[in-house]
Design a protein around this ligand. Structure first.
Ligand code: GLU
Length: 500
C-alpha cells in the first residue's frame, strides 16, 4: 500500500480535553521519529465520542502542538492525500468495511441489550472472571439479522474472533507481547448508534492512511490484540507497534493535577518555554547518548532513538523541568526574554500596554537581571516586587532584625545623615558614602552593606546593590502604573521607621 516506503506515523488525539503531558510526549516521539527518518507525520482527530468531543478542544490541541514547535504533513487543518483526518468525517468508510466483514461472515450483528451485557460483565467481575462476551448472537444469520433490523430492532456489530489461541506481536519498546484469545471475546466494532468503536476506527484509519509505525501510550497495549485481529480479518499488513510507558508522579501514581501542572496549556501559562518542555518530554523514557542535556528540537531530532526508549515508567520530575527551563531561558536574547516576560508583568498590573522606548530599555535590563534563578516566567512579577514594592512596615522578621542591631543603627544613622541633603543618587555616590561610613564607624564588609541593602529594599535578601541601585534609580524616573520609589525616598522612609 505504501508505494514509496516512507515511514508514516500519526498522533491521534481525542478532542475531549486539554492535552496532557503524556499525550504531548506521544506526539513529540512520533514527530521526532518522522522528522529523523524523513517520514510523514499525520495528525488525526479521533472525535467519535460525540458526547465528550468538542471543536474547541480540537482548536486548543492544534494550538498547543504548534506552540510546542511540532508540525504535521497531513491533518484536518492542512489536508493531505489520505483524508479526511477527522474520524467523524470518515463514517462512510467505517460502514463500508463493516459491511464487507458482515458479508464475509467475519462480523455479526449483536442484539444484546446494553443492560444485559452490563449485568453479565458485573457477574463475571464478581466471580473473578474476565468479562468476555458470551457469543450469544454469534450464530444469528445475516438474513435473520437484517429482518430484525428492518423490524426496528437495534444492533451493534461485533467481530468474530477465534475462541482459542494466542495473539503475539513484537513491540518496539516492550518486546514480545502475548495475549490469550480466551480473555478477548468478540469485540464491538460498530455501536448500535452507528458510531465505530475506537479499536475498529483506529485500524481502518491506520491501514488506509498507510501508517507504518503506531507509537502511542501503554494504555493501548491491551487494545492491540483486538486491533491485530481486525487487521487479520481484513487481510491487511500490520504496522509496527511501540507502546510508551505511562507518565507517573514521584509517588508512582499516574501523573495528575495533584502533582502539579499536567497540561501543555498550563505549562505554557506558567511560563515554561516550549523548547524546555519538549526537551523535558523527550526524557520521559529516553535519554541522550552524550553528556549535554540541554537540547533544542533540531538536536533532539538528530539524537532521538526510538529503539532505546525504555519500558519502565517515566517519572515526571518538576525540578528537572524547571532546571531545563532555566537553561533554555539563558539561551534567549534579552529582547525575547522581555517579549515573553511582558504579559506576566502587565497581568500583574506593574506595567501598561503602551511602553516608551525608555521603559522598554529599562524593562529589558530589569528582566535580564531579575530572571536569574527564576524557574518559570510566571515567577517574574514576584521578583519585580523588589523594585516596585517598598514598605518598611511589611518587612519580615529577618529583615527587621538585620537593621535593628546597634551596629546597623549606627551605619544607617550615618547613611541617613549623609544622604539627607542629596538631590540625586547613583552607585558612585553610594560607593563614596559607604567608603566614608566605613572610615568613620570602623564597620565594614557584611556588617556595613547588609543593613544598607535591607534599608533600600525592605527585604532580607535581594540583588547586589551595584545592580539594584541603577535599576531603581532609573526606574523611579519612568512613569509606570505603580510608581517605583527611588533610593532617597526609601532611605527617608526607613529613617522614620527606625526613628533615626
Ligand atoms: N484517540 C486515542 C487516544 O487518544 C488514540 C490511541 C492511538 O494512538 O491509537 O488515546
Amino acid at each position: 500500500m505504501n508505494e514509496d516506503n516512507k515511514i508514516r506515523v500519526r498522533f491521534a488525539p481525542s478532542p475531549t480535553g486539554y492535552i496532557h503531558v503524556g499525550n504531548a510526549r506521544t506526539a513529540l516521539f512520533n514527530w521526532l521519529f518522522a522528522r529523523q527518518k524523513g517520514g510523514v507525520f499525520v495528525l488525526r482527530v479521533e472525535d467519535t465520542d460525540i458526547e465528550r468531543s468538542r471543536e474547541e478542544y480540537e482548536r486548543n490541541l492544534i494550538q498547543d502542538l504548534r506552540w510546542l514547535g511540532l508540525d504535521w504533513d497531513e491533518g484536518p487543518d492542512v489536508g493531505g492525500n489520505f483524508g479526511p483526518y477527522r474520524q467523524s468525517e470518515r463514517l462512510e468508510l467505517y460502514h463500508k468495511y463493516a459491511r464487507q466483514l458482515l458479508e464475509e461472515g467475519k462480523a455479526y450483528y449483536c442484539f444484546c441489550a446494553a443492560e444485559e451485557l452490563e449485568s453479565q460483565r458485573q457477574a463475571a467481575l464478581a466471580e473473578g472472571r474476565m468479562p468476555v462476551y458470551s457469543g450469544r448472537c454469534r450464530n444469528i444469520s445475516l438474513d435473520e439479522a437484517r429482518h430484525r433490523l428492518a423490524a426496528g430492532e437495534e444492533a451493534a456489530i461485533r467481530l468474530k474472533v477465534p475462541e482459542e489461541g494466542l495473539i503475539q506481536f513484537e513491540d518496539l519498546v516492550r518486546g514480545l507481547v502475548e495475549f490469550d484469545l480466551k480473555v478477548i471475546g468478540d469485540p464491538i466494532i460498530v455501536r448500535s448508534n452507528g458510531m465505530p468503536a475506537y479499536n475498529y476506527a483506529v485500524v481502518i484509519d491506520d491501514a488506509l492512511m498507510n501508517i507504518t509505525h503506531v507509537i502511542r501510550g501503554e494504555d493501548h497495549v491491551s487494545n492491540t490484540p483486538r486491533q491485530i485481529l481486525l487487521y487479520q480479518a481484513l487481510g491487511w499488513k500490520l504496522p509496527v507497534f511501540a507502546h510508551l510507558s505511562m507518565v507517573m508522579g514521584k509517588d508512582n501514581t499516574r501523573l495528575s493535577k495533584r502533582h502539579g501542572a499536567t497540561s501543555v496549556d498550563q505549562f505554557r501559562r506558567d511560563g515554561i518555554l516550549a523548547e524546555a518542555l519538549c526537551n523535558y518530554l523527550s526524557f520521559l523514557g529516553w535519554s541522550p547518548p552524550e553528556g549535554n542535556e540541554v537540547l533544542r528540537l533540531e538536536e533532539l531530532v538528530r539524537l532521538f532513538d526510538l529503539s532505546r526508549v525504555s519500558r519502565s515508567a517515566a517519572i515526571f520530575d518538576y525540578e528537572k523541568l524547571h532546571w531545563l527551563n532555566r537553561q533554555h531561558i539563558k539561551l534567549l536574547s534579552p529582547e525575547k526574554k522581555l517579549e515573553l516576560a511582558l504579559p506576566y508583568l502587565q497581568e500583574a498590573g506593574l506595567v501598561g500596554k503602551d511602553l516608551s522606548s525608555a521603559q522598554q530599555d529599562w524593562l529589558k535590563r530589569a528582566v535580564e537581571t531579575l530572571i536569574e534563578g527564576v524557574d518559570k516566567f510566571s515567577e517574574l512579577p514576584q521578583k519585580f516586587s523588589l523594585l516596585f514594592d517598598f514598605d518598611p512596615g511589611k518587612m519580615d522578621e529577618e529583615a527587621r532584625q538585620i537593621i535593628q542591631t546597634d551596629s546597623a543603627r549606627k551605619v544607617l544613622a550615618a547613611f541617613v545623615q549623609k544622604t539627607a541633603e542629596l538631590k540625586e543618587f547613583n552607585y558612585e555616590i553610594f560607593a563614596g558614602i559607604t567608603g566614608a561610613i566605613k572610615k568613620e564607624t570602623g564597620v565594614k564588609g557584611k556588617d556595613l552593606f547588609h543593613p544598607i541593602r535591607v534599608a533600600l529594599t525592605a527585604r532580607a535578601s535581594g540583588l547586589e546593590l551595584d545592580k539594584f541601585i541603577p535599576l531603581v534609580e532609573e526606574g523611579s524616573r519612568l512613569s509606570f502604573p505603580r510608581k517605583i520609589k527611588g533610593c532617597l525616598e526609601r532611605i527617608g522612609e526607613i529613617a522614620s521607621f527606625l526613628k533615626l
